[in-house]
Structure formats: structure tokens, C-alpha cells
Design a protein around this ligand. Structure first.
Ligand code: FAQ
Length: 334
């Protein structure tokens, strides 16, 4: 029933005069930074937007395990393997907290998974790019987790209580993830000339896809205005992208690597870097399913869903049997 609901509309933001009494009361709570909890009244569009965003976020954490999982068996040392294994497991945990947060809005994890597999729900564009070398695992940790944290730290203050609380826990773990990625990049950048070339190549391939993670430019963003009025989003896509560039350029300089952008330039007055926009045609193409790994990622999720069917069936059969026994015992006692 939520299939048609999740496709949230890009309608303009309602003024106070256009709001119903309930909507005004709701907006007052949001404006006063009072968290909205599952049993509270909320506009249907608010619920839909949250299901879309939290569901997409949860799917991203789960699909995001695939490019990194690809390197667990090939990590260069036992220590690197243990760290990567822990990181990938953390991502599974993040997906689970987020599915649970979305479930409080009246949608089940099964429904969200079916929507992902049928292409009615998205996951982050970044995970449609391949991890070709070990340096890519460094770049994913440094840039992808770095972009994820930039977006998620403000989401700790998002207006929906369960989402906000999930984000607090997730952010703690993401910051370790980013450091492990930077540590890999540091080793590679300070290694042999071939290792340094691998690190530079990884940066070249992951730079623009990482910038795309923040979503389309503010002019193209469909949901930002309403999501910000409801404090689902705290910053615009462009604001966070700029913060990410400003934070990451000095980190690349420290590594002795070059950001693949001729237009990158520090504006001494504002303290912000001017930079080239990503190729938005490529971004929208990836969203349509035409990225390098879209098919592979969805096939892996489809297989995992089918392989797990016997577990779901077993759990359900057990729950039914338990409920039937409890019912029989109650009847016998009456
Ligand atoms: N990829 O109107 P807006 C991670 C879609 S977690 C795919 O600006 P909004 C951890 C958007 O859905 C990474 N689609 O949308 C990790 C909408 O389409 P729709 C995930 C995108 O929601 C690290 C349309 O474009 N993080 O990496 C993307 O206001 C390493 C118009 O866009 C989150 O999900 C995209 N990049 O702003 C795991 C954070 N961008 O639905 C493993 C929470 C936009 O109308 C390894 N989400 N779209 O058909 C958000 O903050 C927001 O949803 C944005 C997009 C900022 C992503």
C-alpha cells in the first residue's frame, strides 16, 4: 500500500495560512525542536518523505557492503582484513537500525526490500561504481564515508525521533570508518611509486561520484525545500557538498595527492574552494539504472533475498506454532 506513497511529490511548501489546525500544531513542534515520535500526529507527506529517505538510506548501507565486501578475502594483511570485516559488519548494523526506524512509520522491512528489488526505491548512486584496486577501499573509507558523515552529522538533529537517535549511533561508527580509509590512503601515498599511482587513480575515479552523493544541485533538488521546512534535512545539498570539498582538499594535500579538478581554487576571502560540478547527466543516468554496477548490485540483493527465504519461512512457521500453542493453552485455562 505504500508503493504509491513513497514517491513523494515536489510540491511547494505550505504557508501557515494554508495549513490545517493539526498541521500548524505539528509545524510549531518542529520549529520548537520538539522531536516527532511514531505515535504523534504527522502530515501524510512527512511520513512519506521519511519512509523514502530512511528507506533509501537503509538500502544504501546494505548495498554499500558489496563494493567493500569484494575486498575482504584480498585485504593485504590480517590486520587490514579484520578492520575491513568489522567495518562491513558495522554497515549491516546501520542498515538494520535504519530499517527499524522506517518500520515505526508503518512500513515493513519486507515491503521496503521488495520495493528496492523492483526498482521503486533507490540506494545511493555511489555504490554503482566498482572497487577495482585495494586503494579503492582507502578511497571509499576516506571519501565515501567522509561524505556520508558530512551528510549524517546534521541528521542527528533531524525532527523524527527514531531517525535522529539511529543517526547518533551511526555517526560514531562512521568516523572510525573514515579514519581507516584515510589510513589506507596514507600508507599507499607514502609507499612505492606504483602504490602512490594507485592511490591517485582511486582518488581520480571516486572524487566526482563522492560529490554526487549529496544529491543534485539545490536548483534541481525536488524535496529540499519541504524537507528543510520540516527539519528532516538540516542543510541543502550544495551547502553540504561545499563543506565536504573544503574539508577534503587539505586532506588530499597532506597525502600529496591531486584532486582531479583544474578549477579547484581557494577563495581567500570566503575561505571556501571553488570547484567543478560533477557531470549531472552521468548522475541521473546512474539513478536510472545505467551505472557500471547497477545490475550486479541488484542481482546480489535479489540472490540474498531468495537465499534467505527459508530462514524467513522457518521463523514465521515457528511464530505461528507458538501463537497457536499459546491460544490453545488459554482456551484450556478458560
Ligand atoms: N543517490 O530532491 P533531492 C553511506 C534522488 S550512506 C541516489 O535532493 P533528497 C554509508 C532522490 O532520492 C549513503 N539517489 O532528494 C556507507 C530524489 O529521487 P526520488 C546514503 C539520489 O532526498 C559508506 C532525487 O534524486 N546516505 O554512504 C541521490 O531531498 C560506505 C532528487 O533529489 C543517505 O541516504 C544519490 N546520491 O536529498 C555505507 C543519507 N541524491 O526519491 C557503506 C540520507 C538524490 O524523488 C560504505 N539521505 N537522489 O525518486 C539524504 O540526506 C537525502 O536523501 C539526499 C537527497 C541528500 C541523499
Amino acid at each position: 500500500m505504500y508503493a504509491q506513497m513513497v514517491k513523494s511529490t515536489g510540491k511547494g511548501v505550505k504557508t501557515r495560512d494554508d495549513m490545517t489546525e493539526e498541521e500548524r500544531h505539528f509545524q510549531d513542534k518542529v520549529d520548537a525542536d520538539i522531536k516527532i515520535e511514531p505515535r504523534d500526529w504527522m502530515p501524510e507527506e512527512y511520513r512519506k518523505t521519511l519512509i523514502r529517505q530512511i528507506g533509501q538510506h537503509a538500502h544504501s548501507e546494505i548495498v554499500g557492503q558489496l563494493p567493500e565486501g569484494n575486498w575482504i578475502t584480498r585485504a593485504p594483511t590480517l590486520e587490514r582484513k579484520a578492520i575491513l570485516l568489522a567495518k562491513v559488519q558495522d554497515e549491516a548494523g546501520h542498515g538494520l537500525y535504519l530499517y527499524c526506524a522506517a518500520e515505526t512509520l508503518g512500513i515493513s522491512r519486507d515491503e521496503m526490500t521488495e520495493m528496492l528489488l523492483s526498482g521503486r526505491m533507490k540506494y545511493s548512486s555511489i555504490f554503482n561504481y566498482p572497487t577495482l584496486t585495494w586503494a579503492d577501499i582507502g578511497a571509499v573509507g576516506w571519501l565515501v564515508d567522509g561524505a556520508a558523515i558530512m551528510n549524517q552529522v546534521p541528521l542527528q538533529r533531524t525532527s523524527y525521533g527514531p531517525y535522529s537517535r539511529a543517526m547518533i549511533r551511526i555517526c560514531k561508527e562512521e568516523s572510525f570508518h573514515q579514519r581507516q580509509g584515510y589510513d589506507i590512503m596514507m600508507k599507499m601515498a607514502q609507499g612505492s611509486p606504483a602504490q602512490k599511482r594507485m592511490a591517485q587513480d582511486a582518488l581520480n575515479r571516486f572524487w566526482y561520484p563522492s560529490l554526487m552523493m549529496f544529491g543534485p544541485s539545490d536548483k534541481e533538488s525536488v524535496h529540499s525545500a519541504q524537507s528543510m521546512a520540516w527539519k528532516i534535512k538540516i542543510n541543502t545539498n550544495d551547502e553540504l557538498r561545499q563543506k565536504f570539498v573544503d574539508q577534503t582538499v587539505p586532506q588530499a594535500e597532506y597525502l600529496g595527492l591531486t584532486i582531479p579538478d583544474d578549477k579547484l581554487k581557494l577563495n581567500e576571502e570566503t575561505g571556501h574552494y571553488a570547484f567543478s560540478e560533477p557531470d549531472w547527466t552521468e548522475f541521473f543516468n546512474v539513478l536510472k539504472g545505467n551505472g557500471p554496477c547497477n545490475n550486479e548490485r541488484l542481482e546480489a540483493r535479489q540472490k540474498a533475498w531468495e537465499d534467505g527465504q527459508w530462514v524467513r519461512d522457518g521463523m514465521l512457521a515457528h511464530a505461528r506454532k507458538k501463537a497457536a500453542r499459546a491460544g490453545a493453552a488459554q482456551m484450556a485455562a478458560e
